[in-house]
Ligand binder design. Structure first.
Ligand SMILES: NC(=O)c1ccc[n+]([C@@H]2O[C@H](COP(=O)([O-])OP(=O)(O)OC[C@H]3O[C@@H](n4cnc5c(N)ncnc54)[C@H](OP(=O)(O)O)[C@@H]3O)[C@@H](O)[C@H]2O)c1
Length: 237
């Protein structure tokens, strides 16, 4: 039986998810990446061009609970060492609780917090191997004690919600030796990180995803719930 590790990355057809798919593939992992129906998956498919057997594709919109059944079906008997919930949105540009509509709140909370944790809970039985680990793409903006400058209210609230729900999942799974990692990828050059090219990000995509992959490989199986950045620095909750 192959000793290669297996990862499922939710939201992997562009941005950091695509970069992570390439990173883990290059590190010798089997990778299943997800997209939404209708997405262009050419770049994700190209990740597996050297060894197509190590790259799988599945589909899910993280806001749609009924899509989890479809995902489960398409995964068949597959099991994973790591499940990485990467999909996320910045949300309404105004980012203001004063301006937010119920639809905007629902969209960002379902995409960034409820949806990912619901999928993780449904799929956690697929975690196997000596170091079963669930990762969530968090943000330093999720830190309550680190929020000294204010702003970005909707995004911060959604990622803080993701962190607390990740902690609840960890608590519920603790007896089964699961590890949960909440990771800040740095302010990275993607569609989201540059607000679609209108602002400068701090780091390039490669620096971000290579750091995040190293953090996962270092801490997977530690049986803790950690909040770390892509340089392996702990963040304050
Ligand atoms: N870039 C940064 O500086 C930064 C910093 C901190 C945290 N993050 C986090 O890192 C993660 C990836 O961000 P990114 O910068 O790579 O953003 P991005 O380039 O905008 O990519 C976002 C990804 O999430 C997917 N996604 C969005 N809504 C979805 C939904 N409802 N269902 C399924 N997939 C969905 C997108 O798929 P579609 O193509 O189908 O929309 C895409 O694959 C996010 O969770 C983000 O909050 C990013």
């Amino acid at each position: 039986m192959s000793k290669r590790k297996h990862i499922l990355i939710i939201g992997a057809e562009r941005g950091l998810g695509l970069g992570l798919a390439q990173q883990f593939f290059d590190r010798g992992w089997h990778v299943v990446g997800t997209a939404r129906h209708g997405d262009n998956v050419d770049a994700l498919t190209a990740v597996g061009s050297q060894d197509a057997a190590r790259l799988g594709l599945a589909y899910i919109d993280v806001t749609q609970a009924e899509h989890i059944d479809e995902l489960e079906k398409s995964l068949g008997e597959r099991q994973f060492d790591v499940i990485f919930m990467n999909a996320g949105i910045f949300g309404a540009l105004h980012q203001s609780v004063l301006e937010a509509t119920p639809q905007e709140v629902t969209q960002i909370m379902m995409t960034n917090a409820i949806g990912p944790v619901r999928i993780a809970r449904r799929l956690s039985a697929r975690l196997t191997g000596p170091a079963p680990t669930i990762c969530f793409m968090s943000s330093y903006r999720a830190s309550v004690s680190g929020n000294v400058e204010g702003g970005l209210e909707l995004y911060r609230a959604s990622k803080a919600a993701l962190n607390i729900l990740a902690r609840g999942l960890y608590a519920d799974l603790k007896g089964s030796g699961r590890t949960v990692l909440s990771i800040h990828p740095g302010w990275a050059k993607t569609d989201m990180g540059t607000l679609d090219g209108t602002v400068e990000a701090e780091i390039d995509l490669e620096s971000s995803v290579s750091g995040v992959a190293a953090v996962v490989e270092r801490h997977m199986g530690c049986k803790d719930h950690l909040f770390l950045d892509y340089q392996d620095q702990p963040l304050a909750w």
